[in-house]
Design a protein. Structure first.
Lengths: 261, 379
């Protein structure tokens, strides 16, 4: 079984501070990490490798520094690593990113693709499902548990107030939640091998069959107008033990009080 | 001179720091209070293959270098010196002599298991009447047929009772002094080998420090390490390497104490402002940070020397001497900056100050390091 895991290198948001004047992230001196949901996806792939055998390839799209995230994936136990990097891919939104990643994935054999649910620096949760759409394969998002039997993947999908058990025939794409597992540590030997014995393969613009209009800043329909820090909201009021009628009356009173109605 | 770490060494440091914070730190206070062996950490150190960091892969090691191993000891010591004592005694003292002096057969039988962590290692040189003066060894090994018979005792042996193999030094020819000492690989369950009392210590209280007792202990001849009468140079060369581990430990303790203190002086307020705003605090912090940086360079220099030079004796002695005194000085000043709280067990600096003291004593006292250094200086 070939498993491809898409990982993103992100600033560790636990360490990020926001400049109170400009409202922007202070990225200086902030360590870069593998996005936590993606790391859980990688761990899920490595556990499948341990239990039933699989060839695990870690893929990342990003600047050359993303090499570090891929070496970390190799040090955890991934068999191969591919870095998709080119100035032409810069400034991509989720549409362009998914097109680029899908084009790269067409050059790599896969039965199962695992991505994280969302990246902690963007929080869109769009790229995984968009890759699946581009590749015309089924997608199950928000995986809390994951099982592979024969050609099928069974996933426990987290939902707001319940969970769903879904089954899909491979090839398919799963988006993983960090709750899926506790990722393993790298090993010292894994780190040395990752740098001294393994390669990170690089794919650039010319290696991918994708339209110019679907990549980079030009291929990104999203325009960011403004970013800002949300002002904190006051604590709400909890009103308990009311009948439905009393509750409706209470709400009406409150709305009148605030001149909403 | 370039002190930049390679990418793999940098990534290894990130791993060791993360591991220490999550897997070692939560137990540190408890291990000290209860004088309990760091079994939880040992299990994880085995699982993540930290037990043979500087040894080649063909022997089950991680195939890294001594600098990387040194960084591992440093990072673990920042949070728990008990755990790093166990690891350092295993890798530097219990494993290295077999790697360096063992026969192919001894390596097959013991080195692989030590490097993978299946076995825990220990090293036994000190005796009740032979500390710094190791030529006064009284443990004797007498050849008899296909084995040696060992009689005597060793004290202050780290990992004693928990280790599976012990590098034991004994006199095969008393008349020759140092030239009459031989080294042996002794398994825990060899007949006639038992354990005496476990020491109650000031610091590194979770580390097991025990007496070893040999009463007609039968050691097969194939377990002689190196040649008969060549035990003393084996012991000294092993200790040269071990001292780099202790330097790294002392360095880590000092760094850990400073980290805790920086956190404290930013939060603790007196006279209406944080302690960090007072000039005395700033000067103390600056002094400590500078000493720590110097200690780190000496330690890394010694680790590189072990990887690249025939002997690292001088570098190791200087690193250990300076790091141990830095650890003692820094932890004492950190307790002082914490004031009354620093004297309580509520804050880790109290434990760190107690842990620091041993680094001036074991694997050669600071005075022994000065003997080594002056020997080179006065040559």
């Amino acid at each position: 079984m070939n498993i491809v895991v898409c990982i993103k290198q992100v600033p560790d948001t636990n360490e990020v501070k926001i400049d109170p004047k400009t409202g922007r992230l202070i990225r200086e001196g902030v360590p870069s990490i593998i996005n936590p949901d993606d790391k859980a996806g990688l761990e899920a792939a490595l556990r499948l490798k341990d239990s039933q055998g699989a060839h695990v390839t870690a893929v990342s799209m990003g600047p050359p520094q993303a090499d570090t995230a891929l070496r970390e994936a190799l040090a955890m136990g991934a068999d191969e690593a591919v870095l998709i990097t080119d100035r032409a891919f810069g400034g991509a939104d989720t549409w362009a990113t998914a097109h680029t990643l899908a084009a790269a994935l067409k050059t790599i054999p896969y039965d199962l693709i695992i991505t994280g649910r969302q990246a902690i620096d963007g929080d869109t949760a769009q790229v995984g499902p968009q890759i699946a759409e581009n590749l015309h394969i089924p997608n199950i998002s928000y995986a809390e548990e994951l099982k592979v039997e024969g050609e099928y993947v069974t996933v426990k999908r987290q939902f707001e107030d319940r969970y769903h058990i879904l089954r899909a025939k491979m090839p398919c794409l799963i988006t993983a939640l960090s709750e899926l597992n506790e990722p393993r540590y790298m090993t010292p030997q894994g780190i040395f091998d990752a740098y001294r014995e393994k390669q990170v393969k690089t794919l650039t613009r010319k290696d991918l069959d994708v339209k110019d209009g679907d990549i980079g800043l030009k291929g990104s329909p999203t325009r960011v107008i403004q970013t800002f820090t949300k002002s904190p909201k006051a604590a709400g009021t909890l009103v308990n033990n009311l009948t439905s009628e009393e509750a409706a009356e209470y709400l009406l009173d409150k709305m009148k009080e605030k001149f909403i109605i | 001179m370039d002190f930049t770490l390679s990418k793999e060494q940098e990534m290894a440091r990130t791993l060791f720091r993360d591991f220490a914070e999550k897997e070692v730190k939560p137990y540190a206070q408890e291990l000290d209070e209860e004088e309990r062996f760091p079994s939880e950490a040992l299990e994880k150190l085995r699982k993540y293959k930290f037990m043979g960091i500087p040894y080649p892969k063909e022997w089950g090691g991680a195939g890294c270098d001594n600098l990387t191993y040194t960084i591992c000891i440093e990072e673990i010591s920042k949070v728990c010196a008990t755990t790093s004592t166990m690891l350092s005694a295993h890798e530097s003292l219990g494993t290295w002599p077999i790697y360096k002096f063992g026969t192919q057969q001894q390596k097959e039988k013991y080195l692989k298991k030590l490097c993978t962590g299946e076995y825990l290692g220990a090293f036994a040189l000190t005796e009740p009447n032979a500390g710094t003066d190791s030529s006064a060894q009284q443990t004797r090994a007498v050849p008899e047929g296909d084995h040696y018979v060992l009689n005597g005792s060793k004290i202050f042996i780290t990992n004693g009772g928990y280790a599976d193999t012990y590098i034991v030094f004994a006199m095969t020819d008393k008349s020759k002094g140092n030239h009459g000492i031989s080294a042996f690989i002794v398994e825990k369950n060899f007949p006639g080998f038992t354990f005496g009392k476990k020491e109650k210590k000031m610091g590194i209280r979770g580390s097991a420090t025990r007496e070893l007792i040999f009463e007609n202990c039968i050691v097969p001849k194939e377990n002689l390490l190196g040649q008969e009468g060549k035990g003393f140079p084996i012991a000294m060369m092993t200790l040269d390497g071990g001292r780099i581990g202790i330097a790294a430990q002392a360095l880590g303790i000092a760094e850990g104490a400073l980290n805790e203190t920086i956190k404290y002086v930013k939060e603790r307020k007196q006279f209406g402002r944080p302690l960090a705003k007072f000039q005395n605090t700033k000067f103390e912090i600056a002094d400590m940070a500078t000493k720590i940086q110097a200690a780190q360079y000496l330690t890394y220099r010694a680790a590189i020397a072990k990887d690249t030079q025939k002997s690292c004796s001088l570098e190791a002695a200087m690193a250990k001497l300076y790091c141990a005194s830095t650890a003692m000085d820094v932890t004492t000043r950190c307790v002082q900056l914490h004031g009354g709280y620093g004297y309580t067990r509520e804050y880790p600096v109290e434990r760190m100050m107690r842990d620091a003291k041993i680094t001036e004593i074991y694997e050669g006292t600071s005075e022994v390091q000065k003997m080594v250094i002056s020997k080179y200086a006065l040559k």
